[in-house]
Design a protein around this ligand. Structure first.
Ligand code: BGC
Length: 757
């Protein structure tokens, strides 16, 4: 294939090359019949296949029916890579049925603020969850031959002004938080394409960022697929080619013209264009055998519809998170008189708005599910989705059914216009009419269970006193209604865990003062302290912590043991813990492993999630859970060495059921060869004294000075003096009267220390 591609490149004219690296219409690559180059089709993604009929390809609406799986917010709450891979396989199968060769997903941007309008399409505030579940989805989709597009690369965590805004952040923050998930997904799952985001990073458009698209993505991480622009993300096409942006989508006239002109004028090297052409051709030929021959209608076959609906239900039932369950009010007794209140019970909100919107093959609502399981069920709307109908009358109806029931299930949530691609939310509160309704219902009957439908965290703290149980239903896809009914009655034991913190209030969030940015610059002043890393650092109370989720059973942790194997880059720390189901029903526990690795040099989070495992246990059953942590799990990105760095010393391993429910703690001593930052003219006395060879050089100086200038030597010997002078560059101390170190002498000492390393 490589040879064929090279041969083809040599036969293409400049105009054909420029055309090949730009789409054909909205969803296809360009065919060049003269040379037998076929076209392939790309489509959204990510939680279903949004293949549009040819006559509707230029609009956002209208697509062939396909299974709507839970969006990423739901999949993430399963913490279950195997399940996510199975969903991916199903997406790959449907892509093939609908003649789609590249499915545009997953989206793994970090949820920095709960306000981001696209959080429902993203996995987590934590890069391990985002990267590992993103990789799991890619593996599943690509196992069916279909390509994926890992998006939106990178730092695309705000929708406001998304086409222009510049994410302003330092390299350590980028590497540890905003790139880490992409790095993991690229290295572990080799997506066929990576989608370059709309925004700029530190003033440079992602689509023109050579460092991002070539140095980091290809040279460091080994990516060998196609970099595709987000739709309409190209600013200067020729600059994009030079930076490593292979394919512009959708079709544009300006793009190929700019490329041709730049090559002709000599400002763009044709070899850069050839590299992009080669990448696109490889993508096309790798997937061309999947292109349908046009003899069949594009349709997901009925047996696949059925099987995938079941899988969508399984995923949804593992995604819902039981936040609270006072006095075990859940599961419900099928014999009880149950009132169901809230329009979402019969008109589910199950996916978000924008390019990811799927036309489902079916749609389950929770009310039908509840009625199929219990006889005495009444219903009141409580509120309407379009604001029509009189609020007082709706509340009156709701209070009437609540008063007559033994237990009330109230469905609350965000209306679909509240969160969408393209804009951000302004607040995280539920609509005021819903909060008021809940208060009235709870007064009539205190046995209230709230089920939530929302794509990103909502404020719960101001109304949770009115609910004895809360089931966070996120957006659960087309089978979410049935999955919720199963959880309410205990047919399924809930096992979802929060992949994002639910704060007490928006003001507590790390991005509160920056977000959203309207002046073109989005400051990431919180640095690596995003999500639980922030709430922990500030010791802020949260409503429900990252990793939290209840079950109808209970689990106990015991016998944490750890051992360190190998050193340096091969560092391996084996962690093992026993988990026991101590309740009376089968349940799934998500065992979470956090690392607390303090540093002398940089401020680090109090703990970071570094591993997790899902175990299913029968009542009374125990299982040993093992996992191995590697060098990177203890590392931070050193701001001046510009590489991953581990410090020797003790680190803590924390194992628990959530970030704030740590059950077992242990400590291991790491011994690594620490790379040291080279000294230079600006290095401070403290840095000289921390540098292994620098320390010797200073000791030598002091010894020399002691003979003829004891006062100057004393400077280096008093601890107080060193504390005070520690931040002063040695070169400047050298200028002080009586010390007399010339620049040349300092340069000599620097060379001596750096050579000894
Ligand atoms: C979105 C992408 C999507 C593309 C194609 C863009 O506006 O940001 O996520 O894949 O459109 O619909």
């Amino acid at each position: 294939m490589a040879n064929d591609v090279d041969a083809l490149v040599s036969q293409l004219t400049l105009e054909e090359k420029a055309a090949l690296v730009t789409g054909d219409g909205f969803w296809h690559t360009r065919a060049i019949e003269r040379l037998g180059i076929p076209a392939i089709t790309l489509a959204d993604g990510p939680h279903g296949v949004r293949r549009q009929p040819p006559e509707q390809e230029n609009g956002i609406g209208g697509s062939y029916p396909a299974t709507c799986f839970p969006p990423a917010v739901g999949l993430a709450s399963t913490w279950d890579a195997d399940l996510v891979t199975r969903v991916g396989e199903a997406l790959g199968e449907e892509s093939n049925a609908l003649d789609v060769q590249v499915l545009l997903g997953p989206g793994i941007n970090i949820k920095r603020s709960p306000l981001c309008g696209r959080n429902f399409e993203y996995f987590s505030e934590d890069p391990l969850i985002a990267g590992s579940l993103g990789a799991a989805l890619i593996r599943g989709i690509q196992s069916q031959g279909v390509g994926t597009s890992l998006k939106h690369y990178a730092a695309n965590s705000q929708e406001t002004d998304r086409f222009r805004v510049s994410a302003e952040l330092d390299e350590r923050t980028l590497r540890e938080i905003y790139l880490a998930g992409f790095e993991r997904a690229v290295k572990d799952a080799s997506p066929a394409t990576v989608m370059a985001a709309y925004n700029k990073i530190n003033g440079v458009y992602a689509t023109e960022d050579h460092w991002l698209l070539t140095e980091v993505l290809r040279d460091e991480w080994g990516f060998d697929g196609v970099v595709v622009s987000d739709w309409g993300a190209v600013n200067d096409r020729d600059a994009g080619v030079a930076a490593g942006l292979d394919l512009e989508m959708p079709e544009s006239q300006a793009g190929p013209e700019a490329i041709v002109a730049a090559v002709r004028s000599g400002s763009l090297d044709e070899t850069a264009l050839d590299a992009a052409v080669r990448n696109v051709l490889r993508l096309v030929f790798d997937h061309a055998h999947l292109v349908a021959d046009g003899s069949h209608a594009l349709k997901v076959p009925d047996d696949m519809v059925n099987a995938h609906h079941e899988l969508a239900k399984e995923a949804a039932s593992r995604a819902a998170v039981l936040l609270k369950n006072e006095d075990d009010i859940l599961p419900l007794n099928a014999g009880s008189r149950i009132a169901v209140i809230g329009e979402f019970a019969r008109n589910p909100r199950y996916q978000g708005a924008g390019s990811s919107q799927i036309e489902p093959t079916r749609l389950d609502d929770a009310l039908t599910g509840i009625r199929s399981m219990a006889a005495g069920v009444t219903f009141a709307r409580g509120f309407t989705l379009d604001g029509s109908a009189d609020a007082a009358e709706l509340a009156h109806e709701a209070v009437a059914v609540a008063s007559d029931a033994e237990v009330v299930v109230v469905f609350l949530g965000l209306p679909s216009a509240a969160e969408s691609e393209g804009y951000d939310r302004e607040r995280i509160d539920l609509p005021a009419n819903q909060v008021a309704l809940l208060a009235q219902v709870a007064q009539a009957n205190p046995n209230v269970v709230v089920v939530l439908s929302n794509g990103s965290a909502v404020r719960i703290s101001d109304w949770e006193g009115g609910a004895r149980a809360i089931l966070e239903g996120w957006l659960l896809g087309q089978a979410g209604g049935a999955a919720i009914a199963d959880i309410l009655f205990g047919v399924t034991n809930p096992s979802g865990r929060l992949a994002e913190t639910i704060p007490v209030k928006l003001e507590d969030n790390s991005a509160f003062l920056d977000y959203p940015a309207r002046g073109g610059r989005l400051e990431y002043g919180d640095g690596v302290f995003v999500g639980y890393r922030w709430y922990d650092a500030r010791e802020l109370p949260v409503d429900y912590p990252f990793g939290h989720g209840l079950s109808y059973t209970t689990f106990e942790y015991s016998g944490l043991s750890m051992s360190v194997d190998s050193e340096d880059a091969d560092l391996a720390v084996h962690v093992s813990v026993t988990v026991t189901n101590t309740g009376s029903v089968t349940g799934r526990e998500v065992v979470q492993v956090y690392v607390a690795a303090p540093s002398e040099h940089v401020r680090r989070p109090a703990k970071e999630l570094r591993g997790f495992r899902v175990v299913t246990l029968e009542p009374g059953e125990s299982q040993e859970v093992d996992l191995t942590l590697a060098y990177r799990d203890f590392a931070y990105f050193h701001p001046t060495l510009k590489r991953w760095h581990v410090e020797s010393g003790p680190v803590e391993i924390l194992v628990g059921a959530s970030s704030r429910d740590i059950r077992e703690t242990g400590s291991v001593e790491l011994r690594v060869h620490e790379a040291v930052a080279p000294l230079d003219r600006q290095s401070s006395l403290a840095e000289w004294l921390r540098h292994p060879a620098g320390k010797q050089v200073i000791a030598g100086l002091v010894q020399q000075a002691a003979a003829d200038n004891p006062e100057a030597a004393a400077l280096f010997e008093s601890e107080e003096m060193i504390a005070m002078m520690g931040s002063m560059p040695l070169r400047r101390i050298g200028r002080f009267p009586g010390i007399g170190l010339t620049d040349d002498m300092v340069d000599g000492l620097i060379a001596q220390a750096n050579a000894a390393g």
